[in-house]
Design a protein around this ligand. Structure first.
Ligand code: DAT
Ligand code: MG
Length: 151
């Protein structure tokens, strides 16, 4: 049982529907530790990097359009076994297959509007948090442009 970090992101539909508090609450109540949080409009290149394993899938262009369509809430959560456990809290990719009691099982119906992302491995958790952190950090020193991306 290792302390891990996972990248959790409330997708644009979750933000627009006012589900941010509900989603954060489920991870807090489970007992995980919130170690980073940012409301953020994801640019296309970062979205493509985030979902690079799915490049080539028929739904990839729609997925990128969706994830860049409005602000997302990016979070890092820490805890023992948090990567796999967060995936259980989130539920199956297709909300119609997600068990009641999971976020997607309770709050979503469409795969293309499944309200939340969670890393699928500790390695991807590190990679995803690293990419978003590097992107945000780069804007801190650029002097311009930060407000165009970061709400
Ligand atoms: P997950 O988000 O459960 O990790 P994934 O990594 O396989 O699922 O896919 C990332 C996202 O891409 C998923 O949340 C929604 C979208 N997606 C996956 N499979 C899809 C499909 N068959 N049709 C449409 N969108 C899909
Ligand atoms: Mg995934």
């Amino acid at each position: 049982e290792e302390v891990e970090e996972t990248y959790i992101m409330v997708k644009p539909d979750g933000v627009q529907r006012g589900l941010v508090g509900e989603i954060i609450s489920r991870f807090e109540k489970k007992g995980f530790k919130l170690t980073g949080l940012k409301l953020f409009q994801c640019p296309k290149d970062l979205a493509e990097e985030h979902y690079k394993d799915l490049k080539g899938k028929s739904f990839f262009p729609k997925l990128i359009d969706y994830i860049t369509s409005g602000p997302v809430v990016c979070m890092a959560w820490e805890g023992i076994g948090v990567v796999a456990s967060a995936r259980k809290v989130i539920g199956a990719t297709n909300p119609l297959n997600a068990e009641p009691g999971t976020i997607r099982g309770d709050l979503a119906v469409q795969t293309g509007r499944n309200v939340v992302h969670g890393s699928d491995s500790p390695e991807n958790g590190k990679r995803e948090i690293g990419k978003i952190s590097a992107f945000l950090f780069s804007f801190l020193f650029s002097g311009i442009g930060y407000k165009n991306f970061c709400l």
